[in-house]
Design a protein around this ligand. Structure first.
Ligand code: MAN
Ligand code: CA
Ligand code: CA
Length: 273
C-alpha cells in the first residue's frame, strides 16, 4: 500500500480524527497502522489564527559604542579677581619735558665801575687753556690706569689718539715721558706684545733719520747702537720721505712718512735722573 504521509503528520491527523470521530476507544490501532491503511488527503488551509499575546520584555542590550564628541559648550562665567601681582622693575627714564616758561626779568643792575677789561679777558682765556690741558691730562691718566706695560726700568703706554710723529713726540714729552725707544730685545718684545694684544697693527716709536738720511737717531738724540729690529728690506726710504719709524705688531720696524697719523707708544722712566 502506498504511504501518503510522513509519520509526524499522520500522528497529528490521527489525533484530529480521534477528536472529530470519537475513535479514542480504538486504541489498539497505532498511527503507523492508520497511516499505512488509510489514504488521507490534506484539508484546505485553515483561517489565520488570532494575534498572539505580547512577548516578555527582552533582555537589556549591550552598552553601545561611544557617541561623537558633543559641541563646544558656552563660555563660562568670569572667575573671581586674582591676587595683585608683584611690583614690576623700575621703568626707563621718561623723555625730557618741554622747556618751562621764562621767568620774570630781573631788576636793573647797578652802574658798573670803569675797569681794564682786556686784562680780565686775558686771564679768562688763560684759564680756559689750563682747563683744557687739565682735561686732557685726566683723560691720559685714566687711559694709563686702564692699560700700561712695564719693564724693570720703564713704563710703556700706547696713546690711542691718531697723531703725526711731531705731535706724538710732544704728547709724550709734556707728560714727562718720551716716544718709546726700544734699545734691546726685551723692551722691544714688551712693546710688540702690547701692540698686538691691543689689537693694533702699527704705532710710532721714538726713532727717525730726519737730520741725515739713513742715520737713525732715537728721540733722546742717541744713535742706534748694537740693537735694531728692521723688517726685512727696511729701511728703504721708499717714497724718499720716510724719515720716521713705526713698530708693527710683529715687533718689526719700518721707516715711514712722518706726516702720517697713527697711535704711538710713550715710555716713562721709573727712576727720575
Ligand atoms: C709701504 C710702506 C713702506 C714700506 C713698504 C714695504 O710702501 O709701508 O714704508 O717700506 O710698504 O713694502
Ligand atoms: Ca729716511
Ligand atoms: Ca719703509
Amino acid at each position: 500500500m502506498k504511504l501518503l504521509c510522513k509519520h509526524e503528520t499522520c500522528l497529528l491527523l490521527f489525533l484530529v480524527l480521534v477528536q472529530i470521530f470519537g475513535l479514542e476507544d480504538d486504541s489498539s490501532r497505532t498511527t503507523t497502522e492508520i497511516c499505512s491503511t488509510h489514504t488521507i488527503l490534506p484539508g484546505p488551509k485553515g483561517d489565520e489564527g488570532q494575534k498572539g499575546d505580547s512577548g516578555d520584555m527582552g533582555k537589556q542590550g549591550k552598552v553601545g559604542p561611544m557617541g561623537p564628541k558633543g559641541d563646544k559648550g558656552a563660555v563660562g562665567s568670569s572667575g573671581d579677581q586674582g591676587m595683585m601681582g608683584k611690583i614690576g622693575p623700575i621703568g626707563r627714564k621718561g623723555d625730557k619735558g618741554l622747556k618751562g616758561f621764562s621767568g620774570a626779568s630781573g631788576g636793573k643792575g647797578k652802574a658798573g665801575a670803569v675797569c681794564d677789561c682786556g686784562k680780565y679777558r686775558k686771564v679768562v682765556g688763560q684759564l680756559d687753556i689750563n682747563v683744557a690741558r687739565l682735561k686732557s691730562s685726566i683723560k691720559f691718566v685714566k687711559n694709563v690706569l686702564a692699560g700700561i706695560r712695564e719693564t724693570d726700568e720703564k713704563y710703556y703706554y700706547i696713546v690711542q689718539e691718531e697723531k703725526n710723529y711731531r705731535e706724538a713726540l710732544t704728547h709724550c714729552r709734556i707728560r714727562d715721558g718720551i716716544l718709546a725707544m726700544p734699545k734691546d730685545e726685551a723692551s722691544n718684545a714688551v712693546i710688540a706684545d702690547y701692540i698686538s694684544k691691543s689689537g693694533l697693527f702699527r704705532v710710532f716709536i721714538g726713532l727717525s733719520d730726519t737730520e741725515r738720511e739713513g742715520q737713525f737717531i732715537y728721540a733722546d738724540h742717541t744713535p742706534l747702537q748694537d740693537y735694531s729690529n728692521w723688517k726685512e728690506g727696511e729701511p728703504q726710504n721708499v717714497t724718499g720721505e720716510e724719515d720716521c719709524v713705526e713698530m708693527l705688531s710683529t715687533g718689526k720696524w719700518n721707516d715711514t712718512e712722518c706726516h702720517l697719523t697713527m697711535y704711538f707708544v710713550c715710555e716713562f722712566p721709573k727712576k727720575r735722573k
